[in-house]
Write a protein that binds this ligand. Structure first.
Ligand SMILES: Nc1ncnc2c1ncn2[C@@H]1O[C@H](COP(=O)(O)OP(=O)(O)OP(=O)(O)O)[C@@H](O)[C@H]1O
Ligand SMILES: [Mg+2]
Length: 240
């Protein structure tokens, strides 16, 4: 049975999609069977990051009953990695918002993906804050990763958000992303762990990511970058 790892944040733009896609790429490169689902229907990013190009089926098509979810899981990156994009040519945001869908289809689809592709890991990228998709994704988490920027005040809001979505416990972790130069990462990690009472990983701000323009993934484009080593460390915190 796959382990479901969910990337969530209380505020937007903290780096959920960036961190999740690098983690996916690295687990698959190491031989794992991985699927990523972009549950961020309102502002999807993963199809662009993975350079998916033209495709027929998406999560939205599955939710509207037009395909099975496995048909929307497109091979990307290294062998063993699949991506379910949020929307596509045949399913636009306006349509799914106007039509609505049965939210129970999400967990059903996640389970089916995991069984059909015999996944080791299922990674869910979410919309910031709380909406139906995000609440459902959090409820399905075996491991919940809260991604925050270096301002630790964000942690308080993040905790309140998660408490609403998930009354029960699951494994937790916090990523302090885009930590600026000059901040002692070990001190930041310890403060985050005290506040959050979960393992924390600090990832530095890497200007090389902006050069990629949201169209490539650092671990593929710059496999020897020091941040890639930090992503590997994060994977061991999440999955070991
Ligand atoms: N460690 C990092 N160093 C430098 N830039 C980063 C880093 N992590 C993410 N970014 C950049 O920050 C921006 C936001 O990242 P990303 O889209 O992954 O955040 P998000 O939390 O998924 O956003 P949204 O809330 O819109 O879904 C992007 O331009 C991305 O390239
Ligand atoms: Mg995102």
């Amino acid at each position: 049975m796959a382990r479901t790892v969910v990337f969530h944040s209380h505020r937007g733009g903290t780096g959920k999609s960036t961190v999740a896609s690098n983690v996916a790429m690295l687990i698959a490169s190491a031989g794992g069977r991985v699927a990523m689902v972009d549950t961020d229907i309102q502002s999807p990013a993963l199809d662009g990051l993975f350079g998916l190009g033209q495709y027929e089926s998406s999560l939205g098509d599955y939710l509207l009953g037009r395909c099975e979810i496995e048909a929307a899981a497109h091979p990307v990156g290294p062998p063993g990695l699949r991506l379910v994009p949020a929307l596509g040519r045949s399913c636009r945001l306006g349509e799914i918002m106007a039509t609505g869908y049965d939210v129970g289809l999400l967990p059903e689809g996640f389970n089916r993906l995991s069984a059909v592709y015999e996944l080791d890991v299922l990674l869910l990228d979410t919309h910031t804050g709380l909406n139906n998709e995000t609440m459902t994704a959090i409820a399905c988490a075996d491991v919940l990763v809260t991604v925050v920027r270096a301002e630790l005040a964000e942690l308080v809001g993040a905790e309140a958000t998660v408490a609403m979505a998930r009354p029960t416990d699951c494994r937790r972790s916090v990523v302090i992303n885009m930590s600026p130069g000059g901040v002692d990462p070990e001190a930041a990690r310890q403060r985050a762990e005290q506040l959050y009472r979960a393992p924390a990983v600090v990832l530095p701000y890497a200007p090389e990511i902006s050069v990629l323009g949201g169209e490539r993934i650092l671990s593929e484009a710059r496999p020897n970058h020091s941040l890639v080593t930090e992503f590997r460390q994060l994977i061991s915190v999440l999955l070991d």
